[in-house]
Design a binder for this molecule. Structure first.
Ligand SMILES: *[C@@H]1O[C@H](CO)[C@@H](O)[C@H](O)[C@H]1NC(C)=O
Ligand SMILES: *[C@@H]1O[C@H](CO)[C@@H](O)[C@H](O)[C@H]1NC(C)=O
Ligand SMILES: *[C@@H]1O[C@H](CO)[C@@H](O)[C@H](O)[C@H]1NC(C)=O
Ligand SMILES: *[C@@H]1O[C@H](CO)[C@@H](O)[C@H](O)[C@H]1NC(C)=O
Ligand SMILES: *[C@@H]1O[C@H](CO)[C@@H](O)[C@H](O)[C@H]1NC(C)=O
Ligand SMILES: *[C@@H]1O[C@H](CO)[C@@H](O)[C@H](O)[C@H]1NC(C)=O
Length: 502
């Protein structure tokens, strides 16, 4: 009985020993798809294999075009500067249980460093054929998330064959970096099969602050499918190259966005900066306030901020112009009837608060404040070309002093109603505009509300601003102005014009 037990113990012990003592060898020849679509590291391993102390081993995988490599790693080791597992510059940290990673490099290293000898691992690998992946074309000026759909790859394409793509990404306000960006692979060209692989997103932007594709396309694929909150935005390179500094900011549809916009490009102060704010899953948002930095280095009377709809690639006209002021808070809130807007800072920086919104109809009045109202498609060509806004405070009496900057209502069915009145139904102003075209006409009415109702065709235009003068107090007029209607002029002309007007 005792003898039998000892034999059993001996067998068990030697079995355990052979398990952990499987010989570790480090092959120097690269691993290829042709040698097998699947395999295991170390070769022949059935479970985790201990790597002897003072071992550095680098396996090299070769990945043919049209394939990706998937590795599933289980590992245990003491994290120290000297023990590590690194695959395609991604550290696989312990304890790892079937941790999945992918790579699309033509040659990718899998490096094991065991200094202390306590590192054990097993990695299963497989080559994945991507030939069934379908292409989705995304035009410049359209954002996309980094949680790209499986079995699809995304090609961002410039609006002109001779142009290139400037691709940017923006992450939501958060203290931690969005690690899922490293799960997106970038190709400089039209597909994932023949185009040049240029790396995981963070590694591409480490090398260059601004990325421009070589041709008119850049392609993205995400094999991991983890949820990500960052967004990509492609712009036509010909537009972005004229800008001193350009960035993308992302806000959520359920959170206020409170931050600063600066004239900074890395550590360098530049004269101009442009930022596109993407309000994710919004149709509209509003500027709650924009407070200019009044610090002596930034309080420059010639400084300003301008806002245009959507992205620079849309080449829409400038809709708002705020000249530097230390007291412009009364100009807000200002509605932006588009899911994106591009801010241009010149010789100024400011603290802003943006609020996501659904289409708002009712607004408070505010003494001495100027508001800007326009047909939504001036902000966003895809917007419904109508609005219905009421500005009111039934406890007060205002002189609504309205400047019809530009009305172009030339199609049947185009109409703009402007009504000023009081709660008891007295209308001091009730105008209906149809089939008309006019510029800079002043009208005014006294009452406790102003109602503006517009329906029109896509190519009709309404651009107006109004001041609310409280009849019980005297107020000073604000320092803001909107740009004239100059829809056909490109952005650079506006900038040059502004510089000369100053
Ligand atoms: C590993 O290398 C270090 C430094 O060279 C040495 O002190 C140590 O004894 C080595 N360990 C083994 C197990 O060879
Ligand atoms: C990201 O985009 C894909 C494809 O457009 C969509 O299916 C998915 O729901 C989006 N994910 C998030 C988190 O918005
Ligand atoms: C900004 O404004 C200040 C003061 O008005 C001026 O001295 C400075 O040259 C301006 N900078 C640029 C880049 O225009
Ligand atoms: C600006 O206006 C907003 C909204 O009315 C207010 O919350 C904020 O405190 C104001 N800021 C300053 C500096 O007046
Ligand atoms: C209201 O404002 C308009 C335009 O500024 C002005 O012409 C008009 O005299 C004002 N009405 C009153 C009663 O103050
Ligand atoms: C504007 O659009 C309407 C209908 O959508 C069309 O009939 C009209 O010709 C267009 N006008 C111009 C100037 O393009």
């Amino acid at each position: 009985m005792t003898a039998n037990f000892n034999v059993l113990l001996f067998i068990l012990l030697s079995f355990a020993l052979t398990l952990t003592a499987q010989e570790f060898s480090c092959p120097t020849a690269p691993i290829t798809k042709d040698a097998g679509l699947t395999g295991v590291l170390p070769a022949g391993a059935k479970g985790q294999v201990q790597v002897p102390a003072n071992t550095t081993c680098t396996y090299t995988f070769q990945i043919p075009k049209g394939f990706a490599l998937r590795v599933d790693t289980t590992a245990d080791y003491e994290v120290s500067m000297e023990n590590s597992i690194n695959f395609d510059n991604i550290f696989i940290s312990p304890p790892a249980v079937n941790v999945v990673d992918y790579a699309m490099n033509t040659e990718v290293p899998f490096e094991i460093v065991s200094k202390t000898g306590d590192l054990a691992f097993i990695t299963k690998y497989s080559y994945i054929d991507l030939s069934n992946y379908k292409q989705v074309i995304i035009p410049t000026g359209t954002h996309l998330n980094t949680t790209l759909d499986s079995n699809k790859y995304y090609t961002v394409k410039a609006s002109n064959d001779n142009d290139q793509v400037n691709l940017q990404y923006g992450s939501r306000q958060s203290s931690v970096a969005d690690l899922t960006l490293s799960e997106v692979f970038m190709f400089d060209g039209n597909d994932i099969f023949n185009s040049k692989y240029i790396g995981r997103v963070p590694s591409v932007y480490e090398k260059q602050n601004l990325f421009y594709s070589t041709s008119n396309t850049v392609t993205l694929v995400n094999l991991y499918g983890n949820p990500s909150s960052s967004l990509f935005l492609g712009n036509d390179a010909s537009v972005i190259k004229t800008l001193n500094n350009y960035g993308v900011l992302v806000m959520d549809s359920d959170k206020e966005y409170d931050d600063w916009m600066y004239l900074l490009k890395g550590a360098t102060v530049v004269t101009d900066s442009w930022y596109t704010v993407i309000c994710k899953d919004c149709t509209t948002f509003s500027i709650d306030y924009m407070l200019f930095d009044t610090d002596k280095d930034y309080s420059n009377a010639n400084g300003f901020v301008e806002v245009q709809g959507m992205t620079p690639s849309h080449k829409l006209q400038t809709m708002l112009h705020y000249q530097y002021s230390s007291s412009n808070n009364q100009s807000f809130p200002q509605i932006i009837p588009a899911p994106m807007a591009t801010f241009h800072l010149y010789n100024s920086s400011f603290h802003f608060k943006l609020r996501p919104g659904t289409l708002q109809k009712d607004f408070d009045t505010s003494s001495g404040a100027t508001r800007y109202v326009s047909s939504p498609q001036l902000w966003n060509p895809d917007a419904k070309s109508s609005f219905d806004y009421t500005f009111s405070d039934f406890n007060k009496n205002f002189n609504f002093s309205i400047n019809l900057q530009s009305l172009k209502l030339e199609n049947d069915g185009d109409s703009l109603n402007v009504e000023v009145g009081t709660a008891d139904g007295d209308n001091s102003l009730d105008k209906k505009y149809t089939k008309t075209s006019l510029e800079n006409q002043q009208i005014a009415g006294i009452g406790s509300y102003l109602k503006l109702v517009y329906t029109g065709t896509k190519n009709s235009t309404v651009l107006l601003n109004f001041e609310m003068i409280d009849m019980t107090e005297t107020t000073v007029s604000m320092e803001t102005t909107t740009k004239e209607s100059v829809s056909s002029l490109p952005l650079w002309v506006l900038i040059v014009m502004t510089l000369f007007v100053m």
